[in-house]
Design a protein around this ligand. Structure first.
Ligand code: 4NP
Length: 187
């Protein structure tokens, strides 16, 4: 009875199985490794990483979902997130603290879900894929949006405060959508 009350109304067979795995905590849920990717890996993708990690932690799913970020350029290798991104994130309760690194073809072996912030990132990532399985791992971040209708997460590097706030709004929305899709077995 208790279990029935917690189960959402609409389920595919696979998503019901995944949901029951989590609720019953009996069988290990499939592990997901998620990689957020932008150009410099100092603004958008570390923000996506930090927001998604917080959601995963709040849901008690850290054991099943690993999160990282990278940049297609390598311009800022080894650097902490941009201080403006850090400051705007801190105001919303996040602590973005990952070090920038360049996306490489090896990331296709190490991650299941690769999220591009804009089309330029998307095509730069796809250019490194050598098979269809790798290509299928690559998604546009905004494809998981629920509230906002944006065709990409805009680069805030040369913007003012509004640009950083917009990035956080878009990422909070899309990260929620992404986690819902994972939990429902859609990915
Ligand atoms: P990100 O933003 O791709 O969201 O990390 C940028 C950071 C640095 C540069 C461009 C975009 N840059 O040209 O150095």
């Amino acid at each position: 009875m208790l279990l029935r009350m917690q189960v959402p109304m609409i389920f595919t067979d696979r998503s019901l199985f995944l949901y029951l795995q989590i609720i019953l905590n009996k069988y290990p849920m499939k592990e997901y490794k998620v990689l957020f990717v932008c150009l410099g890996n100092i603004c958008r993708s570390p923000a996506g990483e930090g927001i998604f990690k917080k959601l995963v932690k709040e849901e008690g799913l850290e054991k099943y979902i690993k999160v990282d970020s990278a940049g297609t350029s390598g311009y800022h290798d080894g650097e902490l997130p941009d201080h403006r991104m850090h400051r705007h994130g801190a105001r919303r309760g996040y602590s973005f603290d990952s070090l920038s690194r360049k996306f490489t073809a090896r990331d296709f072996d190490n991650f299941d879900i690769i999220l591009a912030m804009d089309d330029s990132n998307y095509y730069n990532i796809m250019a490194l894929a050598t098979d269809i399985e790798s290509e299928k791992k690559v998604h546009r971040m905004v494809d998981f949006s629920r509230k906002y209708v944006h065709d990409h997460v805009p680069d805030p590097y040369y913007s003012g405060a509004d640009g950083f706030e917009l990035v956080l709004d878009l990422l909070e929305d899309a990260c929620q959508g992404l986690l819902t899709d994972i939990k429902e077995g859609k990915l």
